[in-house]
Design a protein around this ligand. Structure first.
Ligand code: ATP
Ligand code: MG
Length: 336
């Protein structure tokens, strides 16, 4: 294996990527590519957890996510782009780890609890309940040292460390205890101001949205609901318009001025929203251009995936050899 420390992180192919993914995850990933051997996982097995009825969307999103990655500057020559189901050892390790995972660990996981509560009862499968274990397996399979993710993933990372410790103690040292690295904005709000921007909530601005779509979405964004006229002082906290400005501006003094005028009732929503649209479109334009290039050159995209998958298979084989050996699985010949 490479001498560099390893990263594993991923995204579920359940739709195109949005601004939350950028600030919560991708921004960090881009920077980490130099220093670490990065493995970026498109978690299509895990997507089945709440999208088992929508496999066509998963299939389409595998390519959409890859295009998004290439467009923001993830580099397949430096890092491995991996599709989970092309490395079935992910499933094998997940199954083995499920036996050493106490049920209570899943029951106590606050992210899982919240997600289960918001999932209609007919879609709450056993697979969904145990998806954090599959995520632990994803992280441990390449024996990752660091996992850069958004804030909602912190409980899953805590679980990964506990399971790695337990496995190492019971069967022998294999896994490093993976550290968590949270992005510069741990949780970007949705355009509706209700919780985090999330593919499944339909409150997203996509990295692939057109200029016009961005303008339209920003125009109908949630702001301070008590501010029904421009001369009423508004609130900055909990206001996604200002959270987006803080996250995507490269002109802090303009934003400072807007905040002052907003809190003293000296600016209309339209002026701020126009400025936000422009800020976001300036940020997204180079990403759109790169996306258009890759859309015209799909063989480059496929080559990136083939290379990443091959490398991941080599790593997975190595780890599973050790795991089977330590757990005395597939070892009958040594009995004779
Ligand atoms: P879904 O709603 O289907 O769960 P998602 O939008 O939450 O989709 P994931 O694929 O679950 O996307 O998350 C991928 C990565 O992006 C994770 O590291 C997650 O923490 C991060 N992330 C997702 N949404 C946000 C957000 N709004 N702010 C910060 N980070 C985010
Ligand atoms: Mg999610």
């Amino acid at each position: 294996m490479d001498k560099k420390k390893r990263i594993l992180t991923g995204i579920r192919p359940t739709g195109s990527l949005h601004l939350g993914h950028y600030v919560g995850a991708l921004h960090n990933w881009i920077a980490l590519q130099e220093e670490y051997q990065c493995n970026f996982l498109i978690a299509d097995y895990q997507a089945l957890s709440d999208h088992f009825q929508d496999t066509e969307l998963i299939k389409k999103s595998v390519i959409d996510v890859t295009l998004d990655w290439l467009s923001v500057g993830l580099d397949p020559n430096k890092s491995n782009f991996v599709i989970q189901s092309y490395v079935p050892e992910h499933a094998e390790l997940s199954m083995l780890l499920s036996f050493v995972t106490p049920l209570g660990m899943l029951e106590r996981n606050p992210t899982l609890k919240g997600e289960l509560d918001s999932l209609p009862i007919e879609r709450r499968s056993a697979g969904f309940f145990s998806y954090p274990i599959s995520q632990v397996a994803d992280i441990l399979l390449p024996r990752a040292h660091l996992v850069p993710v958004g804030e909602d993933q912190a409980p899953h990372l805590e679980m990964s460390r506990e399971i790695a410790r337990k496995f190492n103690r019971m069967y022998g040292e294999i896994f490093p205890e993976p550290e968590t690295l949270i992005g510069k904005v741990g949780r970007l709000s949705g355009t509706d101001g209700k919780g985090k921007m999330s593919k499944s909530q339909g409150n997203v601005i996509l990295l692939s949205d057109s200029e016009k779509t961005v303008e339209k979405k920003v125009r109908s964004m949630y702001t301070d609901p008590n501010r029904i006229r421009a001369d009423i002082p508004g609130k900055i906290e909990g206001n996604p318009v200002f959270q987006y400005l803080d996250a995507f501006t490269n002109n802090d003094s303009n934003v400072k001025d807007f905040k002052e005028r907003y809190t003293t009732g000296n600016i209309g929503d339209v002026e701020i929203k126009n400025y936000l649209s422009k800020t976001l479109n300036d940020f997204l334009e180079p990403i759109r251009e790169k996306r258009a290039y890759y859309e015209q050159n799909i063989p480059i995209v496929e080559e990136a995936l083939d290379k990443g998958i091959n490398n991941a298979r080599i790593m997975a084989n190595e780890t599973m050899g050790l795991v089977r050996d330590k757990m005395k699985i597939s070892s009958y010949k040594k009995v004779w």
